[in-house]
Design a protein around this ligand. Structure first.
Ligand SMILES: *Cc1c(COP(=O)(O)O)cnc(C)c1O
Length: 393
Protein backbone atom coordinates (compact mmCIF):
# COMPACT_ATOMS: atom_id res chain seq x y z
CA UNK A 1 0.00 0.00 0.00
CA UNK A 2 1.23 3.51 -0.78
CA UNK A 3 2.17 5.62 2.21
CA UNK A 4 -0.44 7.97 3.67
CA UNK A 5 -0.07 11.06 1.50
CA UNK A 6 -1.85 13.23 4.08
CA UNK A 7 0.37 12.28 7.03
CA UNK A 8 2.09 15.69 6.84
CA UNK A 9 -1.13 17.28 8.07
CA UNK A 10 -1.20 15.25 11.30
CA UNK A 11 2.47 16.02 11.92
CA UNK A 12 2.01 19.74 11.36
CA UNK A 13 -1.09 19.92 13.52
CA UNK A 14 0.67 18.00 16.32
CA UNK A 15 3.52 20.53 16.08
CA UNK A 16 1.18 23.49 16.31
CA UNK A 17 -0.59 21.90 19.28
CA UNK A 18 2.72 21.31 21.08
CA UNK A 19 3.70 24.96 20.63
CA UNK A 20 0.29 26.14 21.87
CA UNK A 21 -0.38 27.67 18.43
CA UNK A 22 -3.38 25.63 17.36
CA UNK A 23 -6.28 27.99 16.74
CA UNK A 24 -9.39 27.25 18.74
CA UNK A 25 -12.36 28.68 16.86
CA UNK A 26 -15.28 29.73 19.03
CA UNK A 27 -18.85 29.73 17.72
CA UNK A 28 -21.04 32.83 17.97
CA UNK A 29 -24.66 31.95 18.61
CA UNK A 30 -26.09 35.47 18.48
CA UNK A 31 -25.49 38.67 16.47
CA UNK A 32 -22.33 40.72 17.10
CA UNK A 33 -23.37 43.09 19.88
CA UNK A 34 -22.32 44.30 23.35
CA UNK A 35 -23.45 40.98 24.84
CA UNK A 36 -23.31 37.76 22.88
CA UNK A 37 -23.85 34.04 23.23
CA UNK A 38 -20.49 32.38 22.53
CA UNK A 39 -20.14 28.59 22.73
CA UNK A 40 -23.44 28.55 24.61
CA UNK A 41 -22.38 31.16 27.18
CA UNK A 42 -23.76 34.70 27.64
CA UNK A 43 -20.70 36.98 27.60
CA UNK A 44 -19.63 40.62 27.33
CA UNK A 45 -18.10 41.11 23.89
CA UNK A 46 -14.68 42.83 23.99
CA UNK A 47 -13.49 41.05 20.91
CA UNK A 48 -15.12 41.99 17.61
CA UNK A 49 -14.19 44.80 15.21
CA UNK A 50 -17.74 46.14 15.51
CA UNK A 51 -16.39 49.59 16.51
CA UNK A 52 -19.65 51.48 16.04
CA UNK A 53 -22.09 48.70 16.92
CA UNK A 54 -23.47 48.71 13.36
CA UNK A 55 -23.28 44.93 12.79
CA UNK A 56 -26.74 44.46 14.31
CA UNK A 57 -28.14 47.96 13.70
CA UNK A 58 -31.86 48.00 12.76
CA UNK A 59 -31.28 50.65 10.05
CA UNK A 60 -28.72 48.48 8.26
CA UNK A 61 -30.85 45.35 8.66
CA UNK A 62 -33.90 47.10 7.20
CA UNK A 63 -31.85 48.34 4.22
CA UNK A 64 -30.63 44.79 3.55
CA UNK A 65 -34.17 43.37 3.73
CA UNK A 66 -35.50 45.98 1.32
CA UNK A 67 -32.63 45.39 -1.08
CA UNK A 68 -33.37 41.67 -1.18
CA UNK A 69 -37.02 42.40 -1.99
CA UNK A 70 -36.05 44.79 -4.76
CA UNK A 71 -32.89 43.21 -6.18
CA UNK A 72 -32.91 39.55 -5.12
CA UNK A 73 -30.08 37.76 -3.36
CA UNK A 74 -27.23 37.44 -5.85
CA UNK A 75 -25.75 39.61 -8.61
CA UNK A 76 -25.16 36.49 -10.75
CA UNK A 77 -22.03 37.80 -12.47
CA UNK A 78 -18.69 39.49 -12.04
CA UNK A 79 -18.84 43.28 -12.04
CA UNK A 80 -17.37 43.67 -15.54
CA UNK A 81 -19.80 41.31 -17.28
CA UNK A 82 -23.32 41.64 -15.86
CA UNK A 83 -22.83 42.08 -12.12
CA UNK A 84 -22.67 45.85 -11.68
CA UNK A 85 -25.97 46.93 -10.18
CA UNK A 86 -27.13 50.49 -9.56
CA UNK A 87 -26.64 49.84 -5.84
CA UNK A 88 -22.91 49.22 -6.29
CA UNK A 89 -22.47 52.49 -8.16
CA UNK A 90 -24.47 54.43 -5.60
CA UNK A 91 -22.33 53.04 -2.78
CA UNK A 92 -19.17 53.96 -4.68
CA UNK A 93 -20.36 57.53 -5.26
CA UNK A 94 -21.49 58.00 -1.67
CA UNK A 95 -18.30 56.53 -0.23
CA UNK A 96 -16.11 58.79 -2.40
CA UNK A 97 -18.12 61.85 -1.34
CA UNK A 98 -17.99 60.81 2.32
CA UNK A 99 -14.22 60.42 2.19
CA UNK A 100 -13.66 63.55 0.13
CA UNK A 101 -11.97 61.79 -2.80
CA UNK A 102 -12.72 61.68 -6.54
CA UNK A 103 -13.86 58.08 -6.86
CA UNK A 104 -14.15 54.74 -5.10
CA UNK A 105 -14.53 51.09 -5.96
CA UNK A 106 -16.44 48.47 -3.96
CA UNK A 107 -14.93 44.97 -3.94
CA UNK A 108 -15.72 41.73 -2.11
CA UNK A 109 -13.55 42.26 0.99
CA UNK A 110 -10.66 44.22 2.40
CA UNK A 111 -8.41 41.25 1.72
CA UNK A 112 -9.54 41.30 -1.92
CA UNK A 113 -9.02 45.06 -2.14
CA UNK A 114 -5.33 44.63 -1.33
CA UNK A 115 -4.98 41.81 -3.88
CA UNK A 116 -6.79 44.02 -6.40
CA UNK A 117 -4.90 47.26 -6.14
CA UNK A 118 -1.27 46.38 -5.46
CA UNK A 119 -0.63 44.14 -8.52
CA UNK A 120 -2.53 46.69 -10.65
CA UNK A 121 -0.10 49.47 -9.73
CA UNK A 122 3.25 47.70 -9.62
CA UNK A 123 4.90 44.72 -11.30
CA UNK A 124 8.20 42.92 -11.76
CA UNK A 125 10.21 46.02 -12.67
CA UNK A 126 8.94 48.05 -9.70
CA UNK A 127 9.47 48.26 -5.96
CA UNK A 128 7.24 48.52 -2.90
CA UNK A 129 8.19 50.31 0.32
CA UNK A 130 6.44 48.41 3.08
CA UNK A 131 6.21 49.03 6.85
CA UNK A 132 7.73 46.13 8.79
CA UNK A 133 4.44 45.40 10.56
CA UNK A 134 2.05 45.66 7.61
CA UNK A 135 -1.03 43.39 7.61
CA UNK A 136 -0.88 39.91 6.06
CA UNK A 137 -3.29 40.91 3.26
CA UNK A 138 -0.91 43.71 2.21
CA UNK A 139 2.04 41.35 2.27
CA UNK A 140 0.17 38.84 0.10
CA UNK A 141 -0.86 41.60 -2.33
CA UNK A 142 2.78 42.69 -2.54
CA UNK A 143 3.97 39.15 -3.23
CA UNK A 144 1.34 38.68 -5.90
CA UNK A 145 2.57 41.80 -7.72
CA UNK A 146 6.09 40.33 -8.08
CA UNK A 147 7.54 43.78 -7.33
CA UNK A 148 10.65 43.98 -5.14
CA UNK A 149 9.51 44.40 -1.53
CA UNK A 150 11.70 46.78 0.49
CA UNK A 151 10.84 46.90 4.19
CA UNK A 152 11.34 50.02 6.33
CA UNK A 153 11.22 50.07 10.12
CA UNK A 154 7.83 50.31 11.75
CA UNK A 155 6.31 53.82 11.63
CA UNK A 156 9.74 55.29 10.89
CA UNK A 157 9.64 57.98 8.16
CA UNK A 158 13.40 58.56 8.47
CA UNK A 159 14.06 54.92 7.66
CA UNK A 160 11.48 55.03 4.85
CA UNK A 161 13.36 58.03 3.44
CA UNK A 162 16.67 56.17 3.61
CA UNK A 163 15.26 53.10 1.83
CA UNK A 164 13.59 55.28 -0.81
CA UNK A 165 16.71 57.37 -1.43
CA UNK A 166 18.89 54.28 -1.77
CA UNK A 167 16.57 52.29 -3.99
CA UNK A 168 13.85 53.93 -6.02
CA UNK A 169 16.25 55.09 -8.74
CA UNK A 170 16.81 51.44 -9.65
CA UNK A 171 13.18 50.67 -10.40
CA UNK A 172 10.59 51.72 -12.98
CA UNK A 173 7.94 52.75 -10.43
CA UNK A 174 7.61 52.69 -6.66
CA UNK A 175 4.72 52.44 -4.22
CA UNK A 176 4.75 53.06 -0.47
CA UNK A 177 2.19 51.05 1.50
CA UNK A 178 1.38 51.29 5.16
CA UNK A 179 -1.36 50.22 7.51
CA UNK A 180 -3.12 53.32 8.85
CA UNK A 181 -3.85 51.90 12.28
CA UNK A 182 -1.82 48.82 13.21
CA UNK A 183 -4.30 46.23 14.38
CA UNK A 184 -2.24 44.51 17.07
CA UNK A 185 -0.92 47.61 18.86
CA UNK A 186 -3.42 50.30 17.90
CA UNK A 187 -0.68 52.77 16.93
CA UNK A 188 -1.09 55.15 13.99
CA UNK A 189 1.21 55.52 10.96
CA UNK A 190 2.86 58.98 10.65
CA UNK A 191 1.06 59.63 7.39
CA UNK A 192 2.00 63.32 7.16
CA UNK A 193 5.72 62.60 7.33
CA UNK A 194 5.50 59.61 5.02
CA UNK A 195 3.60 61.77 2.54
CA UNK A 196 6.35 64.40 2.58
CA UNK A 197 9.01 61.79 1.85
CA UNK A 198 7.09 60.17 -1.00
CA UNK A 199 6.22 63.51 -2.63
CA UNK A 200 9.87 64.43 -2.78
CA UNK A 201 10.80 61.21 -4.59
CA UNK A 202 7.66 60.73 -6.74
CA UNK A 203 6.61 57.55 -4.96
CA UNK A 204 2.95 56.46 -5.21
CA UNK A 205 1.18 56.19 -1.87
CA UNK A 206 -1.34 53.77 -0.43
CA UNK A 207 -2.76 53.34 3.06
CA UNK A 208 -4.72 50.37 4.42
CA UNK A 209 -7.30 52.04 6.62
CA UNK A 210 -9.21 48.95 7.78
CA UNK A 211 -9.04 50.05 11.42
CA UNK A 212 -9.16 53.80 10.78
CA UNK A 213 -12.33 54.25 8.74
CA UNK A 214 -15.30 54.86 11.03
CA UNK A 215 -12.84 55.55 13.84
CA UNK A 216 -10.36 58.34 13.00
CA UNK A 217 -11.01 61.70 11.32
CA UNK A 218 -14.64 61.77 12.58
CA UNK A 219 -15.19 58.48 10.82
CA UNK A 220 -13.62 59.47 7.50
CA UNK A 221 -10.39 57.69 8.26
CA UNK A 222 -6.71 58.32 8.78
CA UNK A 223 -6.20 60.53 5.72
CA UNK A 224 -8.84 62.95 7.00
CA UNK A 225 -7.29 62.68 10.49
CA UNK A 226 -4.06 64.09 9.03
CA UNK A 227 -5.86 66.61 6.77
CA UNK A 228 -4.46 64.94 3.65
CA UNK A 229 -7.75 64.41 1.78
CA UNK A 230 -7.32 63.93 -1.93
CA UNK A 231 -3.54 63.81 -1.69
CA UNK A 232 -2.91 60.18 -0.87
CA UNK A 233 -3.14 58.13 -4.09
CA UNK A 234 -5.21 55.22 -2.75
CA UNK A 235 -7.01 54.54 0.51
CA UNK A 236 -7.96 50.92 0.96
CA UNK A 237 -10.70 50.22 3.47
CA UNK A 238 -13.15 47.60 4.63
CA UNK A 239 -16.87 47.58 5.31
CA UNK A 240 -16.38 44.64 7.69
CA UNK A 241 -15.13 46.54 10.74
CA UNK A 242 -16.56 49.91 11.84
CA UNK A 243 -19.18 49.78 9.07
CA UNK A 244 -20.45 46.48 10.45
CA UNK A 245 -21.09 44.67 7.15
CA UNK A 246 -18.68 43.13 4.63
CA UNK A 247 -16.80 44.28 1.53
CA UNK A 248 -13.67 46.19 0.63
CA UNK A 249 -13.21 49.71 -0.61
CA UNK A 250 -10.60 51.46 -2.72
CA UNK A 251 -10.88 55.23 -2.68
CA UNK A 252 -8.75 57.93 -4.24
CA UNK A 253 -7.87 59.64 -7.46
CA UNK A 254 -10.23 58.90 -10.33
CA UNK A 255 -7.38 58.03 -12.67
CA UNK A 256 -6.28 55.25 -10.35
CA UNK A 257 -9.74 53.89 -9.52
CA UNK A 258 -10.67 53.78 -13.22
CA UNK A 259 -7.42 51.97 -13.95
CA UNK A 260 -8.15 49.40 -11.23
CA UNK A 261 -11.53 48.74 -12.91
CA UNK A 262 -9.57 47.67 -15.98
CA UNK A 263 -6.80 45.74 -14.27
CA UNK A 264 -7.72 44.29 -10.89
CA UNK A 265 -8.13 40.54 -11.05
CA UNK A 266 -10.46 40.07 -8.04
CA UNK A 267 -12.72 42.68 -9.70
CA UNK A 268 -12.53 40.96 -13.09
CA UNK A 269 -12.71 37.33 -12.02
CA UNK A 270 -14.82 37.09 -8.86
CA UNK A 271 -18.53 37.88 -8.55
CA UNK A 272 -19.92 41.14 -7.22
CA UNK A 273 -21.08 41.64 -3.63
CA UNK A 274 -24.73 40.82 -2.91
CA UNK A 275 -27.49 43.48 -2.96
CA UNK A 276 -28.20 42.94 0.75
CA UNK A 277 -24.59 43.60 1.76
CA UNK A 278 -24.28 46.57 -0.60
CA UNK A 279 -27.47 48.18 0.70
CA UNK A 280 -26.40 47.64 4.31
CA UNK A 281 -23.04 49.32 3.51
CA UNK A 282 -24.92 52.25 1.99
CA UNK A 283 -27.02 52.56 5.15
CA UNK A 284 -23.82 52.53 7.23
CA UNK A 285 -22.33 55.35 5.16
CA UNK A 286 -25.56 57.28 5.65
CA UNK A 287 -25.40 56.80 9.44
CA UNK A 288 -21.88 58.25 9.41
CA UNK A 289 -22.82 61.11 7.08
CA UNK A 290 -25.69 62.17 9.31
CA UNK A 291 -23.93 62.27 12.66
CA UNK A 292 -20.68 61.62 14.51
CA UNK A 293 -22.55 60.43 17.63
CA UNK A 294 -21.38 56.83 17.34
CA UNK A 295 -17.80 57.86 16.62
CA UNK A 296 -17.88 60.20 19.62
CA UNK A 297 -19.28 57.43 21.82
CA UNK A 298 -16.54 55.07 20.65
CA UNK A 299 -13.85 57.55 21.71
CA UNK A 300 -15.56 58.31 25.01
CA UNK A 301 -15.70 54.56 25.77
CA UNK A 302 -12.08 54.20 24.70
CA UNK A 303 -10.80 56.78 27.14
CA UNK A 304 -13.07 55.41 29.90
CA UNK A 305 -11.77 51.86 29.48
CA UNK A 306 -8.10 52.74 28.98
CA UNK A 307 -8.06 55.06 31.99
CA UNK A 308 -9.68 52.29 34.06
CA UNK A 309 -7.11 49.72 32.96
CA UNK A 310 -4.15 52.04 33.60
CA UNK A 311 -5.51 52.91 37.05
CA UNK A 312 -5.67 49.19 37.80
CA UNK A 313 -2.00 48.92 36.86
CA UNK A 314 -2.22 47.13 33.50
CA UNK A 315 0.26 47.81 30.71
CA UNK A 316 -1.85 48.79 27.68
CA UNK A 317 1.04 49.51 25.33
CA UNK A 318 1.12 52.64 23.20
CA UNK A 319 -2.20 52.46 21.40
CA UNK A 320 -3.69 55.74 20.16
CA UNK A 321 -7.00 54.15 19.10
CA UNK A 322 -9.82 51.99 20.53
CA UNK A 323 -7.62 48.90 20.06
CA UNK A 324 -6.40 48.18 23.59
CA UNK A 325 -3.63 45.60 23.96
CA UNK A 326 -3.28 44.29 27.50
CA UNK A 327 0.36 43.25 27.51
CA UNK A 328 1.04 39.98 29.34
CA UNK A 329 4.28 38.58 27.86
CA UNK A 330 4.13 34.79 27.73
CA UNK A 331 1.51 33.21 25.52
CA UNK A 332 0.62 30.67 28.21
CA UNK A 333 -0.26 33.49 30.62
CA UNK A 334 -2.30 35.32 27.96
CA UNK A 335 -4.25 32.14 27.18
CA UNK A 336 -4.93 31.41 30.86
CA UNK A 337 -6.01 34.99 31.39
CA UNK A 338 -8.41 34.83 28.44
CA UNK A 339 -9.85 31.48 29.59
CA UNK A 340 -10.44 32.84 33.11
CA UNK A 341 -12.10 35.94 31.64
CA UNK A 342 -14.41 33.69 29.67
CA UNK A 343 -15.32 31.79 32.88
CA UNK A 344 -16.24 35.17 34.34
CA UNK A 345 -18.42 36.03 31.33
CA UNK A 346 -15.98 38.22 29.38
CA UNK A 347 -15.06 37.43 25.78
CA UNK A 348 -11.56 38.76 25.01
CA UNK A 349 -9.07 36.75 22.99
CA UNK A 350 -5.40 36.10 23.67
CA UNK A 351 -3.00 36.77 20.81
CA UNK A 352 0.43 35.20 20.60
CA UNK A 353 3.16 34.42 18.10
CA UNK A 354 3.08 34.58 15.05
CA UNK A 355 0.28 37.20 15.18
CA UNK A 356 2.45 39.26 17.56
CA UNK A 357 6.20 38.92 18.31
CA UNK A 358 7.45 36.17 20.68
CA UNK A 359 7.24 37.23 24.32
CA UNK A 360 4.71 39.96 23.52
CA UNK A 361 1.54 37.95 23.97
CA UNK A 362 -1.46 39.95 24.99
CA UNK A 363 -5.20 40.13 25.28
CA UNK A 364 -6.54 42.53 22.73
CA UNK A 365 -9.62 44.42 23.87
CA UNK A 366 -11.65 46.04 21.09
CA UNK A 367 -13.70 48.91 22.49
CA UNK A 368 -17.05 49.54 20.81
CA UNK A 369 -19.71 52.24 20.80
CA UNK A 370 -22.20 49.44 21.48
CA UNK A 371 -20.93 49.21 25.08
CA UNK A 372 -22.27 51.32 27.96
CA UNK A 373 -20.08 52.55 30.82
CA UNK A 374 -21.80 49.91 32.98
CA UNK A 375 -20.72 47.22 30.53
CA UNK A 376 -17.16 48.55 30.60
CA UNK A 377 -17.25 48.48 34.42
CA UNK A 378 -18.19 44.79 34.27
CA UNK A 379 -15.14 44.27 32.06
CA UNK A 380 -12.82 46.30 34.30
CA UNK A 381 -13.96 44.39 37.43
CA UNK A 382 -13.22 41.07 35.75
CA UNK A 383 -9.77 42.26 34.58
CA UNK A 384 -9.05 43.41 38.14
CA UNK A 385 -10.11 40.10 39.70
CA UNK A 386 -8.14 37.92 37.29
CA UNK A 387 -5.18 40.30 37.13
CA UNK A 388 -4.79 39.88 40.90
CA UNK A 389 -5.49 36.14 40.81
CA UNK A 390 -2.74 35.59 38.21
CA UNK A 391 -0.31 38.08 39.77
CA UNK A 392 -0.32 40.49 36.80
CA UNK A 393 -1.28 43.56 38.86
C1 LIG B 1 -9.22 43.20 8.56
C2 LIG B 1 -8.15 43.77 7.75
C3 LIG B 1 -8.12 43.58 6.37
C4 LIG B 1 -9.10 42.68 5.66
O1 LIG B 1 -10.38 43.20 5.61
P1 LIG B 1 -11.60 42.21 5.31
O2 LIG B 1 -12.67 43.10 4.81
O3 LIG B 1 -11.94 41.56 6.62
O4 LIG B 1 -11.15 41.23 4.31
C5 LIG B 1 -7.14 44.21 5.64
N1 LIG B 1 -6.22 44.99 6.24
C6 LIG B 1 -6.21 45.18 7.57
C7 LIG B 1 -5.17 46.06 8.17
C8 LIG B 1 -7.16 44.57 8.37
O5 LIG B 1 -7.13 44.75 9.69
Amino acid sequence: MAKDKLAFIDEDVANLKEQGLLINIRTMESPADAWMVVDGKHVLNLCTNNYLGLANDPRLKQAAIEAIKKWGVGPAAVRTIAGTQGLHLELERRMAAFKGVEDSLYVQSGFCANQAVIPALVGKEDCILSDRLNHASIIDGCRLSRAKILVYEHCDPEDAKRVIAENVGNYRRSLLITDGVFSMDGDVAPLDKLYEVTEKYGVMTMVDDAHGEGVLGQGKGIVAHFGLEGRFDVEMGTFSKAFGVVGGSLAGKKRIIDYIRQKARPFLFSSAVTPADTAACLAAVQVLEESTDLVDKLWDNTSYFKTGMKTLGFDTGHSETPITPVMLGEVSLAKRFSARLFDEGIFAMALGFPTVPLGKARIRVMVSASLSHDDLEVGLKAFEKIGKELGVI
